[in-house]
Design a protein around this ligand. Structure first.
Ligand code: NAP
Length: 315
């Protein structure tokens, strides 16, 4: 099924409406999991003042809570997710995708009627499946995926401009009311993001090729280098050319987050990996038989994609 495309509003949306300058969208926003993504949302909300009147961060670890307090990026920092969710008109789950279901199970029963539950998981079909059993008719659920990130994690890793000019994908359910979808759309526009709407299944296939497969390749190539004999390994570290260095940056990403992403997008990722392996075999064959045209064609296609990314301000 093809995605529903809507025009991105871009970062200028921050100054688009006079109302926005004075009216926070929510009274109380609860961010569960103030790591890279959650703390970036908090920083943005705090900086702009147009997202929520009160910001509450919830984290299971005392160290992370202490750090969020030190950073001063939330009005309140709480340990009990249910206690916090009961205060909110919007709860945003920013935990690893494998934890979404169990956190939703704690949050949904106590949420106020009319409030919104949203999350930022990197995979959508399995997260929606995990959350759905706990949904209530009087609480709206809007799944999202801000396509912004770095290889760092935790509350120190976030920054207010993380979402600026990045895509945020919305994957509403059939039952998602248009008003709630519009509210979350405006929320991300105020974070500086460009918005696009698509089905959860389409989202997972797109992300398998643009994000999950590149991470799989990066983890694998670093593992291969690490498996080499000791003397070769030290040469890898000494002489790493930019190609390998770029892989190591991606490969330094959080293990829990990526374990969960791979396992929860299993089908789409395995499909893209199979296609990749066929293409890699074709390249191997071209190299073996000296098929210069094939090799040059592939390299030129790579250059064209890079050029389009730069033109699209996504490089
Ligand atoms: P992160 O920096 O590691 O933060 C994860 C947060 O979730 C931390 O506050 C962590 O608490 C908390 N958490 C971990 N396990 C939990 C559990 N079982 N129950 C409750 N809280 C738990 O990760 P992130 O990069 O912000 O990713 C958060 C979400 O955003 C994930 O769903 C990810 O797929 C999605 N996402 C990530 C990126 C990216 O590039 N990083 C981009 C878009 C979307 P502690 O600090 O106490 O461990």
């Amino acid at each position: 099924m093809s995605p529903t495309v809507s025009e991105p509003s871009g970062p200028d949306a921050l100054t688009a409406s006079a109302d926005e300058a004075v009216t926070p969208m929510f009274d109380t926003l609860v961010v569960v999991g103030p790591g890279l993504i959650g703390s970036s949302v908090l920083r943005r909300a705090q900086q702009k003042g147009t997202l929520a009147r009160q910001l509450i961060a919830v984290d299971v670890s005392p160290e992370a809570r202490a750090r969020v307090e030190e950073l001063g990026i939330a009005d309140r920092v709480m340990a009990d997710v249910a206690e916090a969710a009961a205060l909110a008109d919007c709860v945003m789950l920013c935990v690893p995708v494998g934890a979404m279901g169990s956190v939703a199970a704690q949050v949904l029963p106590v949420m106020r009627p009319g409030s919104i539950l949203t999350e930022v998981g990197s995979t959508k079909v399995s997260v929606i499946e995990a959350i759905s059993p706990f949904l209530r008719p009087d609480v709206t659920y809007v799944p999202t995926h801000p396509m912004a990130g770095t290889e760092y994690s935790g509350p120190d890793a976030g920054f207010a401009t993380l979402f600026e000019d990045r895509w945020c994908l919305l994957t509403p359910l059939d039952a998602t009311p248009p008003e709630a979808l519009a509210t979350i759309r405006t929320f991300w526009e105020r974070c500086g993001a460009r918005l696009r709407e698509m089905t959860p299944a389409h989202h997972d296939r797109v992300c398998a090729i643009v994000s999950h497969l590149p991470h799989l390749l990066a983890f694998t190539i670093c593992g291969t280098a690490d498996d080499l004999a000791d003397e070769t390994r030290s040469e890898v570290l000494d002489f790493a050319a930019s190609g390998f260095r770029d892989f190591t940056r991606i490969a330094s990403s959080d293990p829990v987050m990526w374990r969960d992403v791979f396992l929860s997008n299993r089908e789409a990722l395995l499909e893209m990996l199979a296609r990749f392996m066929e293409d890699a075999q074709a390249m191997a064959r071209a190299i073996r038989w000296g098929d210069e045209d094939y090799i040059v064609d592939r390299i030129q296609r790579g250059r064209a994609i890079r050029k389009s990314l730069i033109e699209n301000r996504q490089a």
